[in-house]
Ligand binder design. Sequence first.
Ligand code: SF4
Ligand code: SF4
Length: 395
Amino acid sequence: MKAVELPLELAQKCVKCGLCKSVCPTYPYKEEEGGYARGRLALAEMVLKGELPLQEEVTRQWDECAMCRRCEWICPNDVHYKEVMVQARDLQNKTLGQGLVKFMGLKALEFLQSKMGRKVTKLAGRLMDSLPIEHIKTPFPTGAVKFMPKPTAKAFGLRGKEFKAEKERGRLLFFTGCMIDAFYGKTGESVIKLMNKAGYTVIVPEDIRCCGAPHYYSGNLPAFEKLKEHNLKEMERYEHDAIVVACPTCGGALQEDYRIQKKVYDFAELIFESPLRFRGKGERVTFHVPCHSYSAMKVNDEVFYGVIESVEDAELRRAQKDKSCCGFAGLFSITNPGMADKIQEEKVQDLRETQANMILTTCPGCVLNLRDGTKKHKTEQDVMHLADYLAQRLE
Ligand code: SF4
Ligand code: SF4
């Protein structure tokens, strides 16, 4: 078998210390060597050297990776796990094809933010607005069942607008992301309110598409490049000093894979630096740190905790496993429902033990999954995006 041109050097940086086993969310459920980064990289290395044919048993181990990148975060040898896996999956797609569910999921994300997709989502939102439920129990062909948020009539309502700060200290381009655009428009409004109060004018571009991170992580490189090119062109149309996100997966993609020169901020970083003050209502809160906020965007979690601790009249209760994966990981939770549900259950249990009445986080995907998990496991803890929580408690 002919060796293929893939990042062999990157895979070979792994010194097989096994440290990543301790943080990998997928390892405990099968306890196989191929169930965490060391084994997945070893398989990639063997495939790259032409020592192992690309067969289903190999790709199953790769497909069962959540791409949370906790392994990269802990790795003492700076192994670029994501880059190896992206190239491995690219080869997998070209050789064996992409699974139908993944293919459909990625296409749906592309459609959602297209001009037609936005119209359809708004229309669906109008029809569903009158339904007296917030979540729809949705079965997927893979056996996954999720409480999904419903689109709202206000979907994509922030697009093409500029929100001026009273005393402008800077101009931010807000890369809203699919989830905020379609389902969590209120979170988008909260980010804008907070940024305006902190002195930033916020611009929401008219025609941004999916950031492409789900495509990139799935090794669907042509689709990613197309989305990236479109978004870069669209962003160039607006004068701005920096970019702000309220989704760390979008933020990570912009920082790492778009190679944007301008600084990309998680909104919480700007709050942390601002003089804004917040007053709570006597609640007990806990925080789930989204994997990509530290593994991709490299935001120090003390930024989030610093912001939460600044809220007067609220009690912070840190969860023991605050940085463990919630089990969502985009399409992973749909394509690997058994494993994803177990990861989610462990997460929900850890959050329940804090006895907080609110779970805060900074990723709309984690919000979705934690709401789904708290509903399924009846923990009766409210789940909120940190931006919504802070916007409601601004002094
Ligand atoms: S922690 Fe890094 S070097 Fe150690 S086994 Fe995992 S990937 Fe390899
Ligand atoms: S990306 Fe996450 S799930 Fe995949 S090997 Fe690394 S730690 Fe495990």
